[in-house]
Ligand binder design. Structure first.
Ligand SMILES: *[C@@H]1O[C@H](CO)[C@@H](O)[C@H](O)[C@H]1NC(C)=O
Ligand SMILES: *[C@@H]1O[C@H](CO)[C@@H](O)[C@H](O)[C@H]1NC(C)=O
Ligand SMILES: [Cu+2]
Length: 140
């Protein structure tokens, strides 16, 4: 029993975590939650539940909206447009590969969703907060 307890405490706990994010909850122009802290190897699973949106990395400040097709930055991403207007609710999975902050938005309607606050932060920092990114987007 003692040996088993010792062995169990020696087994390293390296467990990738999935972080679910709902896109368009209740028809809104939203990511829920709007910010996630995640480790390398974790996944973000974006579940699209209404309308036709994307989750696409963009600049933290300056020209934020709309995010460009393909997404911005090292290890950025772009789901492309995914429609939940039919019977299938699409999903997009991103695997976290660094601990840098990443900022993402929706490309739809030439940036109108982005400027309306449809914005998301992965690993925001004290200097680069979700709130500041969202304000930058709404003003861009
Ligand atoms: C989703 O939006 C994009 C960009 O506006 C458009 O090209 C595409 O046709 C839309 N898809 C559906 C199924 O409405
Ligand atoms: C993001 O910012 C860079 C640097 O300011 C700029 O060159 C680039 O055009 C911006 N990207 C978009 C899509 O506006
Ligand atoms: Cu959108």
């Amino acid at each position: 029993m003692l040996l088993k307890a010792i062995l169990l405490t020696l087994i390293p706990v390296i467990v990738a975590v999935d972080h679910p994010v709902t896109v368009g909850l209740n028809g809104g122009l939203t990511f829920t939650p709007d910010a996630v802290l995640a480790d390398i190897g974790d996944t973000l699973t974006f579940a699209f539940v209404s309308k036709n949106h994307s989750v696409t990395t963009t600049n933290f400040s300056g020209a934020v909206c709309p995010p460009p097709a393909g997404g911005i930055g090292v290890n950025g991403w772009d789901s492309g447009f995914l429609s939940a207007l039919g019977t299938v609710m699409p999903q997009f999975v991103y695997t976290v590969v660094d601990t840098e902050p990443h900022f993402a938005s929706c490309m739809q309607a030439a940036g109108a969703h982005c400027r309306a606050g449809m914005n998301f932060a992965l690993n925001p920092t004290a200097a680069m907060t979700f709130a500041q990114f969202n304000a930058n987007a709404m003003a861009s």
